[in-house]
Ligand binder design. Structure first.
Ligand SMILES: [Zn+2]
Length: 105
């Protein structure tokens, strides 16, 4: 049995990959909103569509890329940007907030 304290936390292997790809898309597509709320919505949507891949830190796996393949990351992030652009939750007037809430994202 391992000593307590050696296991510090559990992380999602796709988290940093999705964050990286969000920045990549924003640098290539200035039409997408880059506000904090839209970034978080894209991050949550993309992570929810990817297969779960959690791991314990410290990890015994050090020599391979973890998480989903980059092509799946790209598809998930681009689809999430499209959904968020249609139904943004950032500082909208009340009526538009209510409309956006109906988008279910
Ligand atoms: Zn925004």
């Amino acid at each position: 049995m391992e000593k307590e304290g050696l296991i510090s936390k559990v992380e999602n292997a796709n988290f940093e990959k999705v964050q990286y790809y969000i920045e990549k898309v924003l640098s290539e597509s200035p039409d997408y909103c880059s506000c904090h709320r839209c970034r978080l919505d894209v991050l949550a949507l993309a992570l929810n569509t990817l297969p779960p891949h959690y791991y314990v830190i410290p990890s015994h796996i050090t020599d391979r890329d973890m998480g989903s393949p980059w092509i799946l990351i790209e598809i998930a992030v681009r689809e999430a940007f499209k959904k968020v652009a249609l139904c943004p939750h950032h500082r909208l007037p009340l009526k538009e907030q209510q409309d956006a809430a109906a988008c279910n994202i």
